[in-house]
Design a binder for this molecule. Structure first.
Ligand SMILES: Nc1ncnc2c1ncn2[C@@H]1O[C@H](COP(=O)(O)OP(=O)(O)OP(=O)(O)O)[C@@H](O)[C@H]1O
Ligand SMILES: [Mg+2]
Length: 275
């Protein structure tokens, strides 16, 4: 029997994978998705989403892909999960492969041509909106950023051929400040902040419900969640990891509910690891 079944759950409620099924629309995430959706639909080119470690960027990228998937086949999404490439050549070669371009080339220039032709064919001849989502954007080097900038130059009189969404940790901002040509092209810039207490309550309840919790009593008391919010400062990954730890704690103690005391005792035990 899995640990969560003992608590009346069907699934693991606080797994840290970026599963869209467990996504809760917090104020921060909702506004970001709405703005991103508009920017992509209007084909305005470059969107940059920044956020500290564990604020929900990867999860959000999955959500946006899923969202467009459900309402139209006009959108053609491609995803780069980890843009750490050694050279510009490796980078553009990978871009071609991400776009499913079958032809191979021998130089960076040739790969750029292949990508440009692909974008023209898709966006102009087939009337598709091609969207490239780059996660872990802080790993892009100045050369990669410059290569992406040239892709954003391809446009018709009305729209850009490529919609580029970059999700990155805050340090990316320092990088692009040194590349004003790129900075200038950002049509949507959004920073995901940690979530407030109300959304922390909402997110925990939502995930428990999704995992099948149907108990009469709430599994976490209001005071317990308030303490969790205070301790994690509203960072989604920290909240999720901490909630998992407190569930393990009540199982060990044979309790049925996470109370403020449970949270306090887990914090006390964990704090040496979080200096
Ligand atoms: N709105 C949300 N609803 C439910 N869970 C969320 C939400 N946002 C984030 N999470 C959870 O928080 C955890 C961290 O999210 P994610 O991996 O997307 O963060 P990240 O910003 O990409 O982090 P990193 O900077 O380390 O790449 C995941 O377990 C994810 O499921
Ligand atoms: Mg991530």
């Amino acid at each position: 029997m899995e640990y969560y079944e003992e608590l009346g759950l069907r699934k693991e409620p606080f797994s840290t994978s970026p599963d869209p099924d467990f996504f809760f629309y917090t104020r921060e995430h909702k506004e970001c998705i709405q703005r991103l959706e508009i920017n992509i639909r209007m084909r305005r080119g470059l969107s940059v989403i920044l956020g500290d470690v564990g604020t929900g960027k990867t999860t959000l990228s999955r959500m946006i892909i899923k969202l467009f998937d459900t309402f139209s086949s006009q959108y053609d999404f491609h995803l780069i999960l980890d843009p750490a490439f050694e050279s510009e050549f490796e980078f553009v070669k990978n871009l071609a492969s991400v776009f499913n371009i079958k032809d191979t080339a021998r130089s960076t220039f040739e790969y750029k041509m292949l990508v440009e032709n692909f974008l023209f064919k898709k966006a102009v001849e087939e009337n598709k909106v091609v969207v490239l989502v780059v996660d872990e954007g802080q790993k892009l080097t100045p050369l990669h950023i410059e290569a992406l900038r040239t892709l954003l130059n391809y446009e018709t009189n009305e729209f850009k051929l490529l919609q580029l969404v970059i999700l990155a940790q805050m340090e990316f901002m320092n990088k692009i400040k040194r590349q004003p040509n790129f900075l200038d092209r950002i049509s949507l810039g959004y920073v995901i902040n940690p979530i407030n207490e109300e959304d922390t309550v909402g997110m925990i309840q939502y995930r428990l419900k999704k995992a099948g919790y149907r108990g009469k009593e709430p599994l976490f008391t209001k005071e317990a969640v308030s303490k969790i919010h205070q301790y994690t400062q509203g960072y989604p990954r920290k909240i999720i990891q901490f909630c998992h730890n407190v569930l393990v704690e009540i199982l060990r103690n044979g309790d049925k509910q996470v109370k403020e005391e449970t949270v306090v005792s887990v914090i006390r035990r964990e704090s040496p690891w979080h200096v």
